[in-house]
Design a protein around this ligand. Structure first.
Ligand SMILES: *Cc1c(COP(=O)(O)O)cnc(C)c1O
Length: 398
């Protein structure tokens, strides 16, 4: 197995990862690790997961040559991996279905999770409805107010949304609240993490569930171009859509791999979430990883125009891939992201999520420096319906 992909038995990628847990959560998370180890080797489990990806999510998602964008930039061919066309509009459904199936296999009756902007909560509530599981989503009170539509969607899907009134009433408080409830009820409850983060086995498990993205993209580019791409790129929040795509190409040393982080209002300001560029070793949410933190090791407040990217940590496999030199991490600003968003709307008729627009922005930067016979694949992780009201406001102010 690849050194880039394989965590050791304790869930470490190099010095990153592991399961840094309070004693009362060690047993429940170890139970998840054991169950996943069994499930991933069970052909029936994998077949059921694949069936849902095909019949429910609508996979494979197309690999689309963005011809007008390519012509406009005058350089490398840009292909978009269309995760925005999935049921529920983003890549998150891929791992939420996997987690839901594992929960059922373990005999759990309920999924629990935290959510920030609500995207993970909606995808998990969707999986819960499909699989006949209860669902409880913890969300900071401030986010409940800001992301009203997602609260409505989760409730329509039958989930209970718990508004968290403690602390700063944001994502961090929602995490604490959800884990607290989980610790009291883990006999019946499965914790559904929303990215390649958290304690082992979650970073490896969520990565495995997302790896279908890279597997498909590899086959699709071989069919269309008869060769591998020169560069692949994806935005990095926690890092799940990125690792999904990257997993298909990590062994191909000639393929350049680029992760794109949010530089927000600039790396020289306090208002960014560029963990890979500016972070240092630390521990957060059960994992050793790179972290934006203050002198006391507390996670820093972070900012991105894309709410799905404003996370002060990053999945441990990314921290390792950076150190190993296999993946380059760059950042683009809010302003560059908005320009990329508009360009994709106007030239291709695709309204992308603001998260995904970060990856598009990086492609816009580098494509003109490459030759027309070179190929870029961009992971278009989600659609922008959720962002249009906000962007309309921002554009008015510009
Ligand atoms: C949540 C989200 C992201 C960020 O999460 P990753 O785990 O880094 O992929 C990116 N794009 C979209 C559309 C999202 O909803």
């Amino acid at each position: 197995m690849s050194p880039y992909t394989h965590a050791d038995d304790n869930g470490y990628f190099g010095r990153y990862g592991g399961a840094h847990l309070p004693p009362h959560l060690e047993a429940p998370i170890a139970e998840v690790a054991a169950a996943y180890e069994e499930a991933r080797n069970d052909p029936e489990f994998i077949a059921e997961y694949r069936r849902l990806l095909t019949d429910y999510v609508g996979r494979p998602s197309p690999l689309f040559l963005a011809q007008r964008l390519t012509d406009h930039l005058g350089g490398a061919k840009i292909y978009l991996k269309r995760e925005d066309l999935n049921h529920t509009g983003a890549h998150k459904i891929n791992h939420c279905l996997g987690e839901g199936l594992l929960a059922k296999r373990m005999g759990k009756t309920k999924l629990i999770a935290e959510t920030g902007a609500g995207q993970h909560g909606v995808a998990l509530a969707t999986a819960a409805a499909l699989l006949g599981l209860e669902c409880e989503i913890h969300m900071g009170a401030i986010d409940v107010e800001k992301q009203h539509m997602n609260v409505v969607r989760m409730e329509m899907l039958g989930a209970t949304v718990v508004s968290v009134e403690t602390g700063g009433r944001c994502l961090k408080d929602a995490v604490d609240s959800a884990f607290g409830t989980y610790a009291q009820n883990y006999e019946n409850v499965f914790f559904g993490i929303g990215s390649v983060v958290g304690p082992h086995p979650y970073p490896s498990m969520v990565r495995d569930f997302q790896s279908v993205v890279g597997e498909e993209a590899r086959e699709q580019i071989m069919a269309k171009e008869g060769r591998l791409p020169d560069v692949i790129m994806a935005c990095v929040g926690g890092g799940s859509n990125a690792l999904g795509l990257f997993s298909g190409f990590l062994e191909d040393e000639d393929v350049r791999i680029v992760g794109v982080e949010p530089a927000g209002e600039g790396l020289d300001t306090e208002r960014h979430a560029a963990t890979m560029s500016k972070g240092a070793d630390g521990t957060l949410h059960g994992m050793a990883t790179l972290l934006l933190q203050d002198d006391a090791g507390e996670p820093s407040p972070v900012h991105s125009i894309a709410s799905g990217l404003d996370y002060p940590g990053v999945g441990p496999q990314h921290a390792y891939l950076k150190e190993a030199g296999r993946v380059e991490y760059v950042s683009v600003t809010d302003a560059e992201t908005l320009d990329a968003f508009s360009m994709l709307c106007r030239l291709e008729g695709i309204i992308p999520a603001l998260e995904s627009s970060h990856a598009v922005a990086q492609a816009i930067k580098v494509a003109p420096t490459m030759s027309p016979d070179e190929v870029i694949i961009v992971n278009l992780s989600g659609r922008g319906d959720k962002d249009v009201d906000y962007i309309a406001e921002v554009m008015k102010g510009r």
